[in-house]
Design a protein around this ligand. Structure first.
Ligand SMILES: *[C@@H]1O[C@H](CO)[C@@H](O)[C@H](O)[C@H]1NC(C)=O
Ligand SMILES: *[C@@H]1O[C@H](CO)[C@@H](O)[C@H](O)[C@H]1NC(C)=O
Ligand SMILES: *[C@@H]1O[C@H](CO)[C@@H](O)[C@H](O)[C@H]1NC(C)=O
Ligand SMILES: *[C@@H]1O[C@H](CO)[C@@H](O)[C@H](O)[C@H]1NC(C)=O
Ligand SMILES: *[C@@H]1O[C@H](CO)[C@@H](O)[C@H](O)[C@H]1NC(C)=O
Ligand SMILES: *[C@@H]1O[C@H](CO)[C@@H](O)[C@H](O)[C@H]1NC(C)=O
Length: 342
């Protein structure tokens, strides 16, 4: 009799299916509503098999075990990758935010469905189901390879319009917010992990490798107004990069400030330095009083120094300015000194 019972329960197990695994496979090739409907049928079949198992006299412990494994085997996460990892991959593959958000919504739904399937036998291993539920949203090995600053630099380095890069940066920051909220969605998530993941998404140590704004201004050969406009744009991009670095609640402010400083370059530029700004506004008369300067300091013709002045450097020539229409050679020479002040 025992032998027969064993055979019967084995028979029940033989036709058993793992609804969660089937659902997972389904999602790879079919749409969510279709898979949800297949999942519902699968759960019904498990319940029917459980009834048969009960009637076979196999014993409720054996039937329960069979029922649970019919519904779910562990661990299963949708499509072999959790929602956060999928979302990161989606963003980094260049798909649109809308597409990635839609995929993420489906992924999160599927986690809910997996969890409810896991729990539907009524006597499931709740702890295992919860662990599976969290793993469905995120895995502790999720890694973000491109933080917002890296993405922003890539955009700017590609010569893309600054307005467009700023929009991309906003999107990238939104993605970090979504990554964190997806990570946290189960309600029993590892908050410290989710927070460090979001932090790394905003800024994970990427160095600023673009030419500093002051160096770029120094090398600018366009008209004074164009160079100043470019400098303003450049400094805005530094402000944006630094702000993005600092967005996370756990950001290291010192590190973000250092990032900004590398981006700005010398603080002495014609926009922020009142001496230079005034000189520029009143053109050549004031400019001519500046005879030598080095990064971080100035020497005026009357011998007064400001900052770490030195006169040992040859001023950088503001090439190109003299050839611009409306810019006199004298003014161009003056600008050469102004550029050197950077
Ligand atoms: C059938 O089996 C389940 C466990 O697998 C048990 O909880 C339930 O009480 C059983 N039903 C009957 C009618 O024996
Ligand atoms: C940060 O990036 C590095 C690689 O640049 C990676 O090894 C590390 O895991 C990342 N940190 C997080 C929390 O993703
Ligand atoms: C960027 O492009 C937009 C539209 O394509 C345009 O309106 C804007 O002036 C451009 N900005 C810069 C800085 O070139
Ligand atoms: C911030 O980063 C700096 C430089 O890496 C480090 O010395 C400092 O301990 C960090 N601060 C915090 C609060 O982690
Ligand atoms: C002035 O020089 C000192 C020593 O070289 C340096 O620490 C300081 O940062 C410089 N200040 C400016 C404004 O460049
Ligand atoms: C020297 O010239 C600079 C710049 O014009 C001015 O700020 C400073 O006050 C002058 N110093 C003296 C002693 O006149």
């Amino acid at each position: 009799m025992r032998y027969t019972t064993a055979l019967l329960s084995l028979a029940a197990l033989a036709v058993a299916q793992d609804c969660v695994s089937s659902y997972d496979s389904c999602l790879l090739s079919k749409d969510e509503p279709t898979c949800n409907s297949e999942l519902a049928s699968c759960k019904n079949q498990c319940a029917e098999q459980n009834d048969k198992c009960n009637q076979s006299g196999a014993g409720s412990a054996v039937c329960q075990k069979s029922y649970n494994s019919c519904l779910n085997t562990f661990p299963v996460i949708p499509g072999g990758s959790d929602c956060v990892a999928k979302y990161i991959k989606c963003g980094e593959s260049g798909l649109s935010e809308a597409t990635c958000n839609a995929q993420n919504a489906v992924c999160k739904d599927s986690c809910t469905n997996i969890n409810s399937a896991c729990l539907s036998s009524g006597s499931a291993d709740v702890a295992a189901c919860t662990a599976q539920y969290n793993a469905c949203y995120y895995s502790t090995s999720d890694v973000i390879t491109l933080d917002t600053v890296a993405k922003y630099q890539n955009c700017l380095n590609a010569g893309t319009n600054v307005t467009a890069c700023n929009a991309e940066l906003t999107t990238a920051k939104d993605q970090c917010t979504t990554i964190q909220s997806t990570c946290l969605v189960s309600g029993s998530a590892d908050e410290a992990f989710c927070s460090s993941l979001a932090n790394a998404c905003y800024y994970n140590g990427t160095q600023w490798t673009r030419e500093s704004c002051s160096d770029a201004f120094n090398a600018c050969t366009k008209s004074d107004s164009e160079c100043r406009a470019e400098l303003t744009n450049c400094k805005d991009s530094c402000t944006n990069a630094q702000a993005s670095c600092q967005t996370s609640q756990t950001a290291n402010a010192t590190v973000c400030e250092a990032l900004g400083a590398t981006c700005y370059g010398s603080k002495n530029d014609p926009i922020t330095d009142p001496n230079v700004l005034a000189a520029s506004a009143s053109a050549s008369s004031t400019f001519s009083s500046v005879v030598a300067a080095s990064t971080g300091g100035y020497t005026y013709s009357n011998g007064t120094t400001a900052g770490n002045a030195t006169s040992t450097h040859t001023p950088v020539v503001y090439t190109g300015a003299a050839s611009k229409t409306g810019v006199s050679a004298a003014f161009a020479g003056v600008l050469g000194v102004a550029a050197y002040l950077l």
